[in-house]
Design a protein around this ligand. Structure first.
Ligand SMILES: NC(=O)c1ccc[n+]([C@@H]2O[C@H](COP(=O)([O-])OP(=O)(O)OC[C@H]3O[C@@H](n4cnc5c(N)ncnc54)[C@H](OP(=O)(O)O)[C@@H]3O)[C@@H](O)[C@H]2O)c1
Length: 350
């Protein structure tokens, strides 16, 4: 006996089925090909729905070299032409943070979705304007902040939310490196570009405290300044109800690496990331064996940020649930308070 199945599929239905089956490949435009843009592009190459299509630099030779290195078919000697290229689907902004607001507005006003490096901008006013511009243009916008994409953080959050260690009582977070002697012409040392430890690295432990404890009732901050006037070190304390505190430091003069210890009523979580961004999490409970988790650098977050941005575009979403606008706002609002308390100033921007 021969059984014949008849499929009665309309043209429209067939086209929507085909669309679901064929994954869209996004043409990425890279704005400002510096250090992190190279790392990001290396990870982008590992995603099958991402194509490094174009790059824009202030310098034609730098743009050409980057395009050759990553196989991009277009390169521009300015950012405007990159943004105006109709074939670009999404732009990754990797300029110094003092320029992020200007560059994000340029992209968003050209209807280009944006994944913008941290720090999202120099202050809340700038971030407000970027988010408002994304809303006005109905365009996707997300801060490239790797922490919430990392499996170590997801596991730490799961343990805390399970209640098995009780309530969080204290957090200690730090991020430091020492690359002295510093070249004062570097963006890190330039206050006009938002240089300094707080916005470069301090925002990671600040984010951790906000992520695990929420916004504090009171903030104390103290900074130590370089000869160029940037904060080469900053110490911060967050106070919460019931004596709960977070102590944080960020430094260009102490080679501490990046870590966060979360002390709970019945145990401690220790999050660590090496310079190669391998991550680990130790869960310690008095009287029990330490649970040690380790993840390799390949899951550090740059690739995951890009994948999340493309997933949002696939689903026609304007913001990410993993790194929503509200989290970026909470972060910059807290950074503003820390700056005002510790005397950190970005000339002509406060
Ligand atoms: N997510 C992370 O892990 C991570 C790590 C490092 C840095 N970042 C962030 O990424 C951003 C870039 O950092 P980076 O270390 O890649 O910096 P970088 O190596 O100095 O690159 C920044 C690029 O921005 C462009 N630029 C435009 N105007 C500039 C100006 N006035 N001065 C200097 N550069 C200018 C330059 O490219 P062209 O001149 O070629 O256009 C330069 O190559 C910063 O906001 C930083 O916080 C994130």
């Amino acid at each position: 006996m021969i059984i014949i199945f008849r499929f009665d599929v309309s043209k429209e239905k067939l086209s929507s089925i085909t669309k679901c089956m064929v994954k869209k490949v996004y043409n990425w435009g890279i704005l400002a090909p510096g250090n992190i843009a190279r790392k990001f592009a290396t990870e982008l190459q590992q995603l099958d729905n991402a194509h490094i299509y174009a790059v824009g630099s202030r310098n034609a030779q730098r743009a050409k070299e980057f395009a050759e290195e990553f196989g991009a078919e277009r390169y521009y000697d300015n950012y405007y032409d990159l943004v105006a290229d109709a074939e670009v689907d999404i732009i990754y902004i990797a300029s110094p943070h003092g320029l992020h607001a200007e560059h994000a507005l340029l992209c968003l006003n050209h209807q280009k979705p944006v994944l913008c490096e941290k720090a999202l901008a120099l202050n809340q006013k700038e971030v407000d304007s970027m988010i408002a511009c994304a809303h006005e243009n109905n365009v996707f916008f997300m801060e490239a902040f790797f922490t919430p994409h990392q499996p170590s953080y997801k596991e730490a959050k799961r343990v805390i939310e399970s209640g098995e260690l009780g309530k969080v009582k204290y957090i200690q977070g730090w991020f430091g490196f020492n690359k002295a002697p510093y070249d004062n012409s570097l963006r890190l040392m330039n206050p006009k570009l938002g240089g300094g430890a707080l916005l470069d690295i301090g925002l990671y432990p600040v984010f951790d405290a906000l992520y695990f404890l929420g916004e504090p009732d009171q903030i104390i901050g103290r900074a130590d300044f370089s000869e160029t006037g940037v904060d080469q070190g900053v110490s911060i304390r967050f106070d919460y109800p019931d004596g709960v505190t977070a102590s944080i430091f960020a430094s260009f003069v102490a080679a501490s690496g990046l870590g966060t210890d979360i002390f709970c009523e019945f145990g401690t979580l220790r999050l660590r990331r090496s310079s190669a961004v391998d991550q680990s999490l130790d869960v310690e409970r008095p009287g029990s064996e330490v649970k040690h988790y380790k993840w390799e650098a390949s899951v550090c977050g740059l690739k995951q940020e890009a994948a999340e941005a493309m997933k949002c575009l696939d689903e026609n979403r304007f913001e990410s649930e993993i790194m929503p606008h509200s989290m970026s706002l909470k972060l910059i609002k807290t950074l503003d308070i820390i700056r005002h308390k510790s005397g950190i100033v970005y000339p002509e921007r406060d």
